[in-house]
Design a protein around this ligand. Structure first.
Ligand code: SF4
Length: 332
């Protein structure tokens, strides 16, 4: 396995310390997020598994299908796993910096990412039984699970190894990290916090990587770290962030908000100045999207979904090949 390096350093990632109190309900609350919307567009059957069938699947007394769907929902792939490790370690580096603690060197950062990649690989190949019972706490890579081999595609390993070096170097030299280190000119607001707004009683989740006030420019800066390529959806995502920030902090003018995408693979950063029209567009998007989600409810008051057969499956085999739910849709 190519990522293998130093095994003795370990900073716990957030998933290791995540403790959530919850109430057991037969159906989840209806909520909205951009990723939920994208899932609905990708495949309605996947949408049903992700947002309904897997509900309560974390409980030992849940039925077999819910538990299986929940387990499969928690499966990741190499690119996503890499992105999530990098996001967590960036979060930790920024927190350390803000608390005036020492920050890891680039070499230590790279070693730490490798350590977590290795751990994910070992858990996927050698500890499937642990993942089967506690899928939130162990990693299962799609590439391993569905190939039934103990090796990752060589091309993917090369891609991630190359991305790792560039991503870390670009993070350390990024405009955002430079501002964080030079604390004089910034006021930290929040970092990677799960936030929501409400529309007609429905929560709209907004996950922002970092928000701070640039005191020199007198602007609010919203940062989104990207460990993959840019996409057309980036602007909608950013408009949603701006809408949230504007409402939460009563910001009068959109001109006071700068939205920054830090593309860590290429080292570019792009700042967007959004217009009122961008905010109107994203409001239309979530309103229409929520209406569409409601069409798949048997009982809207309880958010009880229609039977699973009424969520159409995807026709494109390429989409299914990347999907976590293959074993449910195409049992062998
Ligand atoms: S395997 Fe295909 S049809 Fe089934 S949920 Fe996934 S994308 Fe949809």
């Amino acid at each position: 396995m190519k990522f293998l390096l130093n095994e003795n350093k370990h900073i716990p990632l957030k998933k290791d310390v995540d403790i959530v109190m919850y109430e057991i309900k037969p159906f989840p609350d209806l909520s909205w997020s951009l990723s939920r919307h994208k899932t609905m567009l990708t495949c309605l059957r996947k949408y049903a598994y992700d947002y309904y069938v897997s509900h309560n699947g974390w409980l030992s007394q849940a039925d077999t299908l819910s538990r299986q769907a929940y387990r499969l929902k928690k499966m990741t792939n190499l690119e996503m796993h890499f992105g999530s490790i990098v996001h967590d370690l960036i979060y930790q580096a920024i927190q350390r910096c803000l608390k005036n603690q020492s920050i890891p060197s680039q070499e230590d950062f790279i070693d730490e990412v490798r350590h977590h990649l290795n751990r994910g690989f070992i858990e996927s190949t050698k500890k499937e039984h642990l993942w089967q019972n506690r899928p939130k706490h162990y990693t299962m890579l799609h590439e391993i699970y569905y190939s039934q081999t103990d090796t990752l595609p060589e091309s993917k390993v090369r891609k991630i190894t190359d991305r790792l070096q560039r991503t870390v170097k670009n993070f350390y030299s990024s405009q955002t990290f430079t501002d964080v280190i030079d604390k004089e000119n910034m006021r930290f607001i929040e970092s990677e916090t799960f936030r929501f707004m409400k529309t007609e009683g429905i929560k709209l989740f907004v996950v922002m990587d970092l928000v701070y006030k640039d005191l020199k420019r007198n602007k609010w800066i919203i940062v989104d770290w990207k460990t993959g390529k840019s996409s057309e959806e980036d602007r909608n995502q950013l408009a949603l962030y701006a809408l949230y920030l504007q409402q939460k902090h009563n910001i009068e003018s959109l001109d006071d908000i700068v939205i920054r995408n830090e593309y860590l693979v290429s080292g570019e950063h792009i700042e967007h100045q959004l217009t009122e029209q961008d905010l109107i567009n994203v409001q239309h998007l979530y309103q229409m999207s929520i209406e569409q989600m409601k069409l798949y409810l048997e009982d809207p008051a309880q958010n009880k979904p229609l039977p699973i057969e009424q969520f159409p499956m995807q026709d494109d085999p390429r989409t299914c090949a990347r999907c976590n739910y293959q074993e449910l849709c195409f049992p062998s």
